[in-house]
Design a protein around this ligand. Structure first.
Ligand SMILES: [Zn+2]
Length: 240
């Protein structure tokens, strides 16, 4: 089955019948008898609000009925999302390190400051952020896949890894709030709140895509996020 009912997750061949342009009839699910995908007729803001509210049916609509993994653009989409994710992650690392870096440089004597120092500090920060992002996300992905194999082994057989990866990338959409931090000043604790929200979104997306028990999804996502956090903290301690 190509599509899913957003209410119960039952497979659907088609979600609507089109009689004429703009005149459609939404199909009902054979399993739960509800309209299979009511979001087809909804404004995008309704879908965004339901995603923010962690409603599994909004995730089902997005992951099963909007993003078609068979389409040619899927690979392209995956690369774009990955690039966006890494970029936001780099900005997140930069924000976390920013306060520490500032305090570190203030401690240095004034004679040390100069053009060469500022260039060196810029290169040093870039290196640190790059290492945090690359190593942190590598550990995140490795832990995530390992935890999936151990905890969700019953359901992973029918899924492709790139579908799961896309679900994780999309459910990390809340990182886009970091863009607001470029305009307005926020305390660095906001970064951790965003991280917690991303963790909970990842759990909902994983539950929707694997249809596994919530506790296993929580454990999988939590272990991956925890390992990433520990690795970035270890890198911090090493560079200080
Ligand atoms: Zn249904």
């Amino acid at each position: 089955m190509k599509y899913r009912c957003v209410e119960c997750g039952h497979g659907m061949n088609t979600l609507f019948v089109q009689y004429s342009p703009g005149n459609i009839r939404l199909m009902k699910c054979e399993n739960c008898k509800a309209v299979a995908d009511k979001y087809i007729e909804c404004e995008i803001m309704i879908i965004v609000i339901d995603l923010i509210l962690h409603k599994p049916k909004a995730y089902r609509h997005l992951l099963y009925n909007v993003l078609d993994s068979e389409s040619l653009n899927f690979q392209n989409l995956l690369w774009k999302f990955s690039f966006g994710f890494l970029l936001l992650d780099a900005y997140m690392c930069l924000n976390i390190n920013n306060v520490k870096d500032r305090s570190l440089f203030i401690c240095r004597s004034k004679e040390e400051w100069g053009l060469s120092t500022s260039i060196a500090s810029f290169i040093w920060t870039c290196q640190k952020v790059l290492m945090d992002v690359v190593l942190g996300n590598f550990v995140f992905l490795a832990t995530f896949l390992l935890a999936m194999r151990i905890l969700l082994k019953t359901s992973i057989g029918s899924l492709r890894y790139k579908d799961i990866l896309l679900a994780i990338l999309i459910s990390s959409y809340f990182k886009m709030c970091l863009v607001a931090m470029m305009v307005w000043q926020f305390p660095s604790s906001v970064v951790f709140i965003i991280d917690l929200y991303v963790l909970s979104s990842n759990i909902v997306a994983l539950k929707v895509i694997t249809e596994s028990a919530l506790s296993r999804c929580v454990l999988t996502c939590f272990s991956a996020h925890l390992m990433k956090f520990l690795v970035t903290q270890a890198l911090e301690l090493r560079t200080l």
